[in-house]
Design a protein around this ligand. Sequence first.
Ligand code: 11C
Length: 344
Amino acid sequence: ETFNVAVVGATGAVGEQILRLLEERNFPIKTLKLLSSARSAGSKLMFKGQEVTVEEAKPESFEGVQIALFSAGGDVSKALVPEAIKHGTVCIDNTSAFRMDPTAPLVVPEVNEEKIFEHNGVIANPNCSTIQMVAALKPLQDRYGLKRIIVSTYQAVSGSGAKAIAELNRQTKAIVNGEPVNPDVLPVASLPVKHQIAFNAVPQIDKFTENGFTYEEMKMINETKKIMGDESIQVTATCVRIPVVYGHSESVYVELGSEYDLQEVRSLLENAPGITVVDDPANQAYPLATDAAGKNDVFVGRLRRDLDSPTGLNLWIVSDNLLKGAAWNAVQIAEIIAARSQQA
Ligand code: 11C
């Protein structure tokens, strides 16, 4: 069986990776529609050696479409996912629009694949920094339970889109040449104050909420509980933007539900799907954003016991934010839907 597929936001940073993955994984496509905002409509993209013209996404675009992957921003998803559902399209949504909707499954296949089939038309893809953390913690949750997570992130500028990548490049050149930096995009393009990202660390990703946490931090807190299916897990997060282009890194301190054996933790992670352990301090081997970029896996290292708490464990978790953090997780979900439908 092959499928009529649409990619909404095909010209964006994540859309580009979705197309590459659909091509590389030979997804069973009957027809492919590339959709975008009016601004990008008319541009041409290559898919399997053929030129495809990008069309403006409209409610009627979903006629006959069986699977649609959305990554064109929350407003586009809020407006068009309900229209697509009316046409019977199963929507995989990369934005935050439906993540906390209790009727929408929030899925990381390594953690809660079975939730996919509880959907009412839309399956939400979590935030990038959440996905890599829960994928790595799932085997530990299954074996020991999770009591508390304290995470600090070191996030790549590509999470904020193509303009932020250009801004980092521009500022880096400006500083090296002794020219003015003129921050224009980060931390949040729509807010009046901007900060230098080159040679800096900015403890603000997205806007602030009323409780003093940013939306990015609240995504990590709320989405983790929903995906892991346990509201009692305590989570606190500090999200920081650093001058890296691809790959989010995370320092995670976790208190497990019981005492643990470090060798067992290592082998649980080594045998977990989608996880690669890189952890050999004697040879200075640990996950690096530069190594994770372009790869689908989540990389875990710096495994070490806390010195005070017998249930405390430290980890360093790195993954490509545009791949497992976005496009690959979405394509994985699409592959699972396609495989189930082919079995039926
Ligand atoms: C960032 N995590 O790195 C954000 C990007 O909710 O899908 C993804 C935002 C989202 O800036």
